[in-house]
Ligand binder design. Structure first.
Ligand code: THU
Length: 133
């Protein structure tokens, strides 16, 4: 599986932040890196909690970092895990990603070089929106 190589800087950033994942419960570290239209890069890792339901996925951490920095759109996203095949963003993440990057390109990767390329819009067809279609 190697649909198309991810942007190398985003792959590096996602891999680097994956090492910061706080995953004492699942032992399933995930890293995410996204790029805004102006070229800024924001990253996030998954951060779990003893109260399991309070854990935060990597993709959502990256979106939170982006929005907290004042950015409102991303155009590219790379997600890295150790899973084979690479782990696709969960349903909740898809909705969060759609809010800020419906048209973004997405590379779902692992550290063995497996990659699947898709788009946020294709990951979440018929997304919920408050705006008129
Ligand atoms: N996880 C993510 O970070 N992103 C996803 O899209 C799915 C799952 C995290 C949540 C939890 O910390 C671990 O992976 C196992 O579910």
């Amino acid at each position: 599986m190697n649909d198309s190589a991810p942007p190398s800087d985003l792959l590096e950033a996602a891999t680097a932040v994956q090492a910061h994942a706080y995953v004492p419960y699942s032992r399933f570290p995930v890293g995410a890196a996204l790029r805004t239209p102006d070229g800024r890069v924001h990253v996030g890792a998954n951060v779990e909690n003893a109260s399991y339901g309070l854990g935060r996925c990597a993709e959502q951490s990256a979106v939170q970092a982006m929005a907290s920095a004042g950015d409102r759109t991303f155009v590219e996203l790379v997600v890295v895990s150790d899973a084979d095949p690479p782990a696709s963003p969960c349903g909740a993440c898809r909705q969060v990603l759609f809010e800020f990057g419906a048209d973004a390109d997405v590379w779902i990767a692992n550290r063995d070089g497996a990659v699947r390329r898709t788009r946020v819009r294709d990951l979440l067809p018929d997304a919920f929106s408050l705006h008129a279609p």
